[in-house]
Design a binder for this molecule. Structure first.
Ligand code: SF4
Length: 399
């Protein structure tokens, strides 16, 4: 098919397959990809509303045994820079989040062998008891798999226990590219193969949770593999309908073992646009201003995105790779409105909560993203003594 014929198929609201998607992705001029993606976005969201959520991205530990070669965030077991946040530290972060109008934590971390499943259950229960109504968007599929190996329980068994303790939804992290050739090269096939990642999401959807899906592109994958990733997500969405949103971001090479260069802004916009066209069964696509900066983030709204993601408050993973962009609610709303859309706050299910909160009440400006911990804070939370450690280093600190 020619580009014109494929464009007509998209305009007619029909699904395109792998070869048409590749033709479009490789051959269509950027303005044309954007035009088609914008058309699909407008069809799904005719009201010219762009949403965002106020939440906090908390990384409860940076200790990880997975050792993905694209990751600048993790520290090996026994590293002097390794940390685990205490329950009290997490409560303080929730207090600050609520003060800014936040409604949930995005809680993710390394695969720390010294945190058993009971630690997560106790944390979730303590949060829910203290902050009823506050939501936990927590533990990406590889973390769930890590816990299932640690606890010797099935994935549905782990999910059931986490849901009982207060898990509300599963973030789509750790997907990278859902092609095992790529995962092997990134040294992340051990934490989850493509099928295993998809299977956690399948089980989460069956258990009644809504989840997101992500893609980290710009490492070693081919264009065909980026599209294979999208098609695998589309197939699971056909099966379960459980994904709320898709988020793509570019690999951040700073301080990583893999190194290399970062994909360009045009590559990002083209990838976002083709995702909007291929993922015809996803309602929401987020703009990744955290990796692309505010200006490309704003442009994303013309390339298929209908959501500005999260105000975020705290960020540790992308910052570890050298990128640090900050937008508080005022700045996010300014970018949305300047692009010709109405800005609305939402929850994790993409239900509208209301107008920008800073127009309803006084909220402090946030001109810098917080970090997990202040530099030099190497305290060990007291409650860790209650949980059996597996590593020698973990056992020593808990004696
Ligand atoms: S990406 Fe996640 S799983 Fe991989 S090394 Fe980093 S923290 Fe660990």
């Amino acid at each position: 098919m020619t580009i014109d014929q494929i464009a007509d198929t998209v305009r007619a609201g029909e699904r395109i397959g792998a070869s048409e998607a590749l033709e479009l992705y490789r051959g269509a001029p950027t303005w044309r990809l954007g035009q088609l993606a914008d058309l699909v976005r407008a069809r799904k969201h005719p009201g010219r509303i762009v949403t965002y959520i106020i939440d906090r991205n908390v990384n409860y530990t940076n200790v990880c045994v997975a050792r993905c070669n694209f990751c600048a965030f993790y520290r090996p077991v026994a590293s002097p820079d390794g940390y685990v946040l205490g329950f009290d530290e997490i409560f303080r972060k929730i207090d600050e989040t609520i003060a800014l109008g936040g409604v949930q934590l995005l809680l993710q971390g390394g695969h720390n062998p010294d945190l058993p499943l009971t630690w997560y259950e106790d944390l979730f229960r303590a949060i829910k008891q203290r902050y009823p109504g506050f939501k936990l968007h927590a533990l990406s599929p590889p973390e769930v798999i890590h816990l299932s190996r640690l606890a010797r329980l099935s994935v549905p068994g782990v999910l059931e226990r986490l849901i009982d303790a207060g898990l509300d939804s599963v973030p789509g992290g750790g997907a990278e590219i859902l092609v095992d050739r790529v995962r092997r090269l990134l040294h992340c096939d051990g934490k989850a193969t493509s099928d295993e990642w998809l299977d956690v999401m399948r089980h989460a959807h069956r258990a009644g949770l809504r989840t997101t899906a992500t893609m980290m592109y710009g490492t070693v994958e081919t264009d065909e593999e980026r599209l294979e990733h999208l098609l695998r997500l589309r197939a699971l969405q056909d099966e379960t309908g459980g994904f709320t949103a898709f988020i793509a971001w570019s690999y951040q090479p700073g301080h990583t073992e893999l190194a290399g260069t970062e994909a360009t802004g045009i590559d990002y916009l083209r990838t976002l646009a083709i995702a909007r066209i291929v993922l015809d069964n996803f309602d929401n696509l987020q703009a990744s201003w955290v990796t692309q900066g505010g200006k490309v983030g704003q442009l994303s709204l013309a390339y298929g995105a209908n959501d500005m993601g999260s105000v975020m408050i705290e960020e540790n993973v992308v910052r570890a790779a050298g990128a640090s962009y900050c937008m508080d609610e005022v700045e996010i709303v300014r970018n949305i409105e300047d692009a010709g859309f109405a800005a609305r706050r939402r929850n994790m299910h993409y239900e509208i909560l209301g107008d920008p909160i800073f127009r309803e009440r006084q909220v402090p400006r946030m001109l810098e993203l917080a970090t997990a911990r202040e530099a030099g804070d190497d305290s060990v939370p007291v409650e860790l003594r209650l949980y059996p450690a597996r590593s020698r280093a973990g056992k020593t600190t808990r004696m």
